[in-house]
Design a protein around this ligand. Structure first.
Ligand code: SF4
Length: 233
C-alpha cells in the first residue's frame, strides 16, 4: 500500500495506528502493568522526529512521552535552538512502561518495532534523533555505544523511510551527568542545519556494467520485509 501523501491521510493513519497500539498486549507484563499506552505525540507533518526509550512514571500516567524532568530538559534544549516541542513528533522504542523503569527486553523491543516503523512512514520526517542507547541501537541496527556515535549524522533507511539520523544522549541520562548536558546541547546545535538540507533519498545500488552496448540499469531497491510493510508483527 502506498504511504499517505496528504496531511489528512497522515493524521488518519496515525489515529488508526494509535488505536491499534492502545489495544496491544504483545508484551504481557507491560500490558498488565501499564496505566496508558504512550503512542507518541506532536506534529504529524513534522520534519523532526525524536525517539526515546520507554515511558516513565509520569508518561505512563499522562499518556504523553517526555513530560517528566527529562522532557522538560529536552524542551528547554530544543527551545535554545529555536524549535518548539509542538513542531516535532516524539515517540519511544516502547509504548508501554517497563515495571520499575527497568531496561526494555529484546523481545519487547522487537514486538514494538513495527509501531515505530509505521510511525516513521506516516510522519515522513527529514531528520530523526535517537535519544539514548536503546533507540540508537535499534535505528542503526548496530550495537555501537551511544558515546561512540553521538552527534554524528548519517543517512539511514529505516523500514521504508530514509532519513538523516542524529544519535543523541538521552536527556534522562544527561540529568544525572551534568557534563552530558553540555554534550547534548552541543549535538542538538547541529539540528537547524540538518533540517535545512533536502530530504535524503534512498541509496541507489551501483549500476550494472559490462553488458555490451546496453546502458547500465539502476536496480530497484529491495522490498522492505513483510513485517515492516504491515507495521505489526
Ligand atoms: S510495548 Fe508495544 S508491543 Fe509491547 S504491549 Fe506495549 S504497545 Fe504492544
Amino acid at each position: 500500500m502506498a504511504d499517505p501523501v496528504t496531511a489528512g491521510e497522515r493524521r488518519a493513519g496515525l489515529t488508526e495506528l494509535a488505536a491499534r497500539a492502545r489495544a496491544c498486549e504483545r508484551c504481557p507484563q507491560l500490558a498488565a502493568a501499564r496505566t496508558t499506552v504512550v503512542f507518541g505525540n506532536g506534529d504529524p507533518d513534522a520534519d523532526l522526529l525524536l525517539v526515546g526509550e520507554a515511558p516513565g512514571q509520569d508518561e505512563d500516567r499522562q499518556g504523553v512521552p517526555f513530560v517528566g524532568a527529562a522532557g522538560r530538559l529536552l524542551n528547554e534544549l530544543l527551545a535554545e535552538i529555536g524549535i518548539r516541542r509542538d513542531e516535532v513528533f516524539v515517540t519511544n522504542v516502547l509504548r508501554c512502561r517497563p515495571p520499575d523503569n527497568r531496561d526494555p527486553l529484546p523481545e519487547e523491543i522487537d514486538h514494538c518495532r513495527g509501531y515505530l516503523l509505521e510511525t516513521l512512514a506516516l510522519v515522513r520526517p527529514k531528520v530523526v534523533c535517537s535519544l539514548g542507547t536503546f533507540a540508537t541501537r535499534l535505528l542503526r541496527e548496530d550495537p555501537a555505544s551511544i558515546r561512540a556515535v553521538r552527534g554524528r549524522a548519517e543517512i539511514r533507511t529505516i523500514g521504508r523511510s530514509t532519513v538523516r539520523l542524529l544519535p543523541l544522549f538521552h536527556p534522562a541520562a544527561a540529568l544525572y551527568q551534568p557534563s552530558s548536558v553540555e554534550l547534548l546541547r552541543e549535538d542538538l546545535a547541529r539540528l537547524p542545519a540538518l533540517l535545512e538540507l533536502p530530504a535524503p533519498t534512498p541509496a541507489v545500488p551501483p549500476p550494472v556494467t559490462g553488458d555490451g552496448d546496453r546502458p547500465p540499469q539502476a536496480e530497484a531497491p529491495p522490498e522492505p520485509p513483510a513485517d515492516a510493510q504491515l507495521g505489526l508483527f
